[in-house]
Design a protein around this ligand. Structure first.
Ligand code: AMP
Length: 396
């Protein structure tokens, strides 16, 4: 894996694909600087070597048309503030104006290009457009994990014009390393905690992960498809009847592969889907009619705790309850606490993919786990075992 640390950027122009698709308020102020901060180490490395950085990104979905609401000029001052260098801005990302701005750029300087998605050629992965982009740098650096699962011009196609002069930025390298730890190189026992609402949206991940883990914890809404398939009564709980056979097959596959599967034994059931509903802890296999399981119960959490605390590598994807509603957030918070404890004891923990990242941020676990992935879709596709085009374009 070639990273920026394998290059000396002295007098070189680095064309860096970053993910600056940041949220803006009505006055076009950046309301979350996480993604800018995440790209900072890569930019600083280039500048400290004596090179210059040309930053390219998309913002929103302008769908191939110029739209000043989605201009990257709005974020230029914020980027300058975060990286501590006055960033220059150019109103195009290809063509003469952009090429001139790059030609004027000196070592130690940073240039931000206009929104890539003003051109539909970006998302269609157009080769000629990618070639135009490639004229803007000596070395191509991809540091945008959030778009690494897309074969777009700036994330994938452009790499072919750089020969050996291409590499991963430090953020993308960290993402790849973290996924590799869970999938290949991590210390055993390896545990995956999969929650969320549906078996159908997680099935490819489950099937892929069965070859990699020692323990599989299943929680959240997925639970009830497994329980009903095994003959339990799930009341009004979310359940995919057409996936029951699949659930039984997963359990069979797990057994054949020596993976221990841990499913809830008790749940917090409610008589309504809101915070003021009546609740009771019940056996997961005997949920009364009119009640639905919305969070993990205390015995379940004890069992999960034991597994998590003996794990050396932990992946967490998906909440184990309806964490958005306070009444049903305890299970998900508890899982965060167990992972925190395991991490303090030396385990490697990765949180990634959609709602678990939201939960981790909401409950303040961000700095208590080893790594929180920055890419939702890209992370899910990695866990499904897919090779991401943006990564393949550099790793070969
Ligand atoms: P996913 O996007 O598949 O990871 O699902 C995340 C969603 O699953 C969250 O919005 C949770 O509220 C929801 N969820 C978790 N547990 C349950 C449950 N027992 N019943 C219904 N929804 C749940």
């Amino acid at each position: 894996m070639k990273t920026i640390n394998d290059f000396n950027f002295d007098n070189k122009k680095a064309l860096i694909r970053v993910d600056f698709n940041v949220p803006l308020d009505a006055e076009f102020n950046v309301t979350d600087i996480n993604r800018i901060e995440a790209a900072k180490p890569t930019i600083i490395k280039v500048l400290e070597d004596g090179g210059s950085a040309i930053l390219m990104s998309h913002l929103g979905r302008p769908k191939g048309e110029r739209n000043s609401d989605m201009s990257l000029k709005h974020i230029c001052d914020k980027v300058s503030e975060v990286i501590g260098v006055q960033v220059k801005f150019v109103e195009d990302c290809v063509g003469e104006v952009a090429e001139q701005a790059v030609a004027n750029l000196k070592s130690g300087e940073v240039l931000l290009l206009e929104n890539l998605r003003y051109y539909s050629e970006e998302t269609s992965g157009d080769k000629e457009f990618a070639e135009k982009l490639s004229k803007l740098g000596d070395v191509y650096v991809n540091d945008a994990f959030g778009t690494a699962h897309r074969a777009h011009a700036s994330t994938t196609v452009v790499a072919q014009f750089f020969g050996e002069n291409k590499c991963f930025g430090s953020l993308l390298a960290k993402e790849i390393e973290s996924i590799d730890k869970v999938m290949q190189t991590g210390d055993k026992p390896v545990t995956a905690i999969l929650g969320g609402s549906k078996v159908s949206s997680k099935i490819t991940i489950i099937e892929n992960i069965l070859d990699k883990v020692d323990h599989l914890i299943i929680g959240g809404g997925m639970t009830y498809t497994f329980i009903k398939a095994q003959g339990g009564k799930v009341g009004n709980s979310i359940c995919e009847d057409d996936k029951m056979e699949l659930a039984l097959d997963i359990l069979k596959q797990a057994k054949a592969k020596g993976v221990e599967v841990h499913i809830p034994v008790d749940v917090l059931a409610a008589d309504d889907f809101n915070k003021d509903a009546n609740t009771q802890v019940v056996d997961v296999k005997a949920i009364p009619d009119g009640w639905e399981g919305l969070d993990a119960g205390p015995k379940t959490l004890e069992n999960f705790k034991e597994v998590i605390l003996k794990s050396k590598t932990i992946l967490w994807n998906g909440p184990v309850g309806v964490f958005e509603i306070e009444t049903f957030a305890n299970g998900t918070i508890s899982i965060g606490n167990f992972i925190d404890e395991a991490t303090q004891n030396g385990a490697f923990s990765l949180v990634g993919g959609g709602d678990s990242v939201a939960a981790v941020k909401q409950f303040g676990f961000e700095n208590k786990v080893s790594y929180v992935s920055t890419g939702g879709g890209a992370m899910l596709e990695s866990l499904e075992g897919k090779t991401l085009p943006g990564i393949a374009a550099i790793a070969g």
